[in-house]
Design a binder for this molecule. Structure first.
Ligand code: PMP
Length: 445
């Protein structure tokens, strides 16, 4: 085996070498074409090689790429913070810029704890989350995550933050059905708060639609209204982790807007720069900033690259591009079309258990038996067959057999056309046929 010095996800696997990308397509060095059906890791949401963004990169690089945030502010960083405040609901008027989704959720956690300290309350330091969740790979973010596979090795180093059940109707944790379940998954949060004591809890964090750990799990309609009421009456801040769902991915600027609930803090990443440079953000509401502005007047966090003008200029250009081309509405339309097509396709394959999602964040969960909903580990095989057929899709499973099913995410760039959705589904169907052949070998074969 040829040795490589690059640490790749699987060290002895062979990865194609990428050459270039255009729109929803990627091309490798062997000239093979792929539809970027997952926008990488749900990131490249305006597609590849967009001239307006390349121009913004060059224009900013010609001025200045880096300044340190304790020495200078910059026009792009100021404008980006203004733009995010304009484009998001309510009073999320303050932005703290970081470099990854993990840093964004971890910063949200720290700001939530600081908020209570500024108010003279030092006991509220726990952050509750849900069992099926992923909030990032750094130790603080991983402490809030329920993703068993990613936590396993580091459990002794993680904070013992309690988790509650996820609103996973396809495999209800209580074996009930909505609405007769009376939203037990939401009321469980209140029971856990009572048991732990609300004086110990700073915040509750949730992905509005569960992504990497669950395959686009959409909660029942009144779930978040109930969650927010529980948070408010127990003096607990609500953090929406919109790293995957934010910036138009689900047909609204923030996914939490589907349920008209106002978060106190929001974590953004991925689609914020659509993959052109690394940048993420923690958005903070006036309510949370108020005691900090009156108190220590600084947030105890920060990174060397925080608010760097190069990434800020890129993110600003991405947001302007999304606005100008009405990509949030477009993503919603194309998402409805994609879900419709995939639901039809589901009838043709015994192993497709559930098709779900909102906008262009769509999940397909696999089963051994449609009626019994028996989970089957199939995502990796589907991904491999899809790739062979020129389609990229994203794995989505928390690594817990029998608890979360194995699923894939389909989340192409928001710029995808109807014809490109048709082509995506054709390639996916070809992959499913191959998977089906492998699952049910022909007689005598
Ligand atoms: N939160 C959510 C909801 C995510 O989906 C991810 C990444 N998959 C993260 C946090 C972590 O982001 P990053 O990989 O940029 O650190």
């Amino acid at each position: 085996m040829k040795r490589s010095h690059l640490i790749k996800p699987v060290l002895d696997a062979v990865y194609p070498t990428i050459d270039y990308g255009k729109g929803v397509y990627l091309y490798d060095k062997d000239k093979k074409e792929y539809i970027d059906g997952s926008s990488g890791a749900v990131t490249a949401s305006i597609g590849h090689g967009v001239p307006e963004i390349i121009k913004a990169i060059n224009d900013q690089a010609n001025k200045v790429s880096f300044v340190y945030r304790s020495q200078f502010t910059s026009e792009p960083a100021e404008a980006l913070a203004r733009k995010l405040s304009e484009m998001t609901p309510g009073d999320l008027n303050w932005s703290f810029f970081v470099n990854s989704g993990s840093e964004a959720t971890e910063t949200a956690m720290k700001i939530a704890i600081q908020y209570w300290q500024e108010r003279g309350i030092f006991t509220k330091t726990k952050v509750l989350s849900r069992f099926i969740s992923y909030h990032g790979i750094t130790l603080g973010a991983l402490s809030m995550s329920g993703h068993v596979g990613r936590r396993e090795r580091f459990i002794p180093l993680l904070e013992d933050f309690p988790t509650v059940s996820a609103p996973y109707c396809y495999r209800c944790p209580f074996n009930l059905t909505y609405p007769s379940c009376k939203l037990l998954c939401a009321s469980e949060l209140e029971r856990v708060i009572k048991r732990l004591g609300k004086q110990t809890i700073a915040a509750f964090i949730a992905e509005p639609i569960i992504g990497a750990a669950g395959g686009a799990i959409v909660p029942p309609d009144d779930y978040y209204t109930e969650i927010k009421k529980i948070c408010d009456r127990n003096d607990i801040l609500f953090i929406a982790d919109e790293v995957m769902t934010g910036i138009g991915r689900t047909g609204k600027m923030l996914a939490i807007e589907h349920w008209n609930v106002q978060p106190d803090l929001v974590a953004l990443g991925k689609g914020m720069t659509a993959g052109y440079t690394p940048m993420a953000a923690t958005l903070v509401s006036e309510r949370v900033m108020d005691p900090i502005l009156k108190g220590s007047k600084m947030i105890m966090s920060g990174h060397t690259y925080s608010a760097n003008p190069q990434s800020a200029a890129v993110s600003l250009a991405v947001l302007e591009y999304i606005e100008k081309n009405q990509l949030v509405d477009r993503g919603k339309m194309m998402g409805n079309y994609l879900i419709h097509k995939l639901s039809t396709l589901a009838n043709e394959f015994a192993f497709i258990g559930d098709v779900r999602g909102k906008g262009l964040l769509v999940g397909i969960e696999f089963v051994y038996d449609k009626e019994l909903r028996t989970p089957i580990k199939l995502a990796n095989l589907v991904i491999q067959k899809a790739m062979e057929n020129g389609l990229l899709v994203y794995p989505s499973s928390a690594g817990e057999e029998g608890i979360t099913g194995d699923a894939i995410l389909i989340s192409p760039p928001l710029v995808i056309t109807k014809e490109e959705v048709d082509e995506l589904v054709i390639r996916l169907k070809k992959a499913f046929i191959k998977v089906d052949e492998q699952l049910r070998p022909k007689d005598g074969g």
